[in-house]
Design a protein around this ligand. Structure first.
Ligand code: NAD
Length: 382
């Protein structure tokens, strides 16, 4: 099969869907891999490295016209036109982008969005949300350390003692857990909050303190269980009590890393402007939910904090707010390496070794969940 790897064109995107490592494996399976000139350069993969792996370096039109096109991000409207009818597209296509999916359906493309894979043990090796969130959590802490005008670890020196930084992590999914682990390695003292009770044990096992907000009603308890491992919007009563507890911790914190997301909905507001005002000058908020929250006072979608500005670092009330919307792209080589392995594992389901054409086994729960468009129709399940 002819597999195309076009260069990513989304702003600030540096990742690539196929690395020389995975290109070599695809070539060994008998596929012709065609990589657009320069597609891997930002991720440290040169055209020469792809050639050595057995891939061919081609222009954009050739890469887009393959039978199977592998991408990191969804194609722009003018790129969809480069796909041939009947082609298969695999990438992070945003299952909630109804317009984008409709465009792919109209183009006659069979499209798979890897973010829609279930969070099950069998799907772990192709779980792009986890592989990329893990990197985001790590990079968020490094950025916090970079912008924080003090040190993270406690230091006892001949010139005096430096206190350890106090870090508050809001939302403890994959990114939050990695943020805790990374901040811990840097010597910070960490507290964390999440709606899901299952998280408490994980937080404590990493040496951080869980901010307990007990459930007072059956509705609160039930909502907190989430669905499919994901959070559901919590009742206002619980959110108010959580906000009161979080506010106390944020006022004491030197660094806040916020990662709270609810699939298909705007990110919840967890750090209000009043909380930012209460923080010490020089404190840092790294908002991993940047660009995914309600529209803030600056007229753009904020994150878990409405003051966060997408893709900017701003100072408000003496606090530095870091709003990168694509943290994995700041670690492009490893983000691509993990993403490309996720893609390779997914291909085993739709293109098993020796197959000449793409298969769509709908009895496979991962394939069925990721299938977004087929036969001119949007297939995404609600
Ligand atoms: P996510 O990115 O969707 O959300 C990040 C975190 O924000 C979640 O922990 C969520 O509970 C939390 N959150 C939402 N609203 C909040 C609020 N108001 N206050 C505080 N926290 C809030 O999550 P994710 O990292 O994609 O993980 C989602 C789930 O998938 C988790 O249960 C995780 O353990 C699970 N998971 C399972 C597997 C697997 O079994 N293969 C792999 C990875 C993740």
């Amino acid at each position: 099969m002819r597999i195309g790897v076009p260069a990513e064109t989304a702003a600030l995107e540096t990742r690539v869907a196929v690395t020389p490592e995975t290109a070599k494996k695809l070539v060994a399976q008998g596929h012709a891999v065609q990589v657009q000139t320069g597609a891997g350069v930002a991720a440290g993969a040169t055209d020469e490295a792809y050639r050595i792996a057995g891939a061919e370096i081609v222009d954009a039109a050739s890469a887009w016209s393959a039978e199977l096109v592998l991408k990191v991000r969804a194609p722009a409207p003018d790129e969809v036109r480069l796909l041939r009818p009947g082609a298969t597209l695999v990438g992070m296509l945003n299952p909630f982008d109804a317009e984008g999916l409709q465009r792919l359906a109209v183009a006659g493309v069979t499209a798979f969005a890897l973010e829609a894979a279930p969070r099950t043990t069998r799907a772990q090796s192709m779980d792009v949300l986890s592989s990329q969130a893990n990197i985001a959590g790590y990079k968020a802490v490094l950025l916090a350390a970079h912008h924080y005008p003090r040190l993270f670890p406690m230091l006892m020196t001949a010139a005096g003692t430096i206190k350890a930084a106090r870090v508050v992590v809001l939302g403890v999914g994959v990114a939050g857990l990695q943020a805790i682990a990374t901040a811990k390695r840097l010597g910070a003292v960490i507290e964390a909050s999440d709606v899901r009770p299952a998280v408490k044990e994980q937080v404590e096992s990493l040496g951080a303190k869980f901010i307990d907000v007990p459930y007072e009603t059956e509705e609160e308890r039930e909502c907190a269980q989430g669905v499919g491992g994901y959070a559901r919007p919590m009742p206002a009563s619980w959110l108010q009590r959580q906000q009161a507890e979080v506010a106390k911790r944020v006022a004491q914190a030197d660094v806040v890393i916020s990662t709270a997301l609810i699939p298909g909905r705007p990110a919840p507001t967890l750090v209000t402007e009043d909380m930012v005002r209460s923080m010490k000058p020089g404190s840092v908020i790294v908002d991993i939910a940047a660009g995914r929250g309600p529209v803030g006072p600056h007229g753009q979608p904020g994150g878990n904090c409405p003051l966060t500005v997408p893709d900017q670092v701003v100072q408000v009330h003496g606090v530095t707010l870091v709003g990168h919307t694509n943290l994995p792209a700041l670690v492009p080589a490893d983000a691509s390496a993990l993403y490309a392995r996720n893609v390779l594992d997914f291909l085993k389901l739709i293109c098993p070794k020796g197959c000449a054409a793409i298969q769509v086994p709908l009895d496979d729960d991962i394939v069925a969940a990721c299938l977004m468009t087929q036969g001119g129709e949007v297939k995404r399940r609600a």
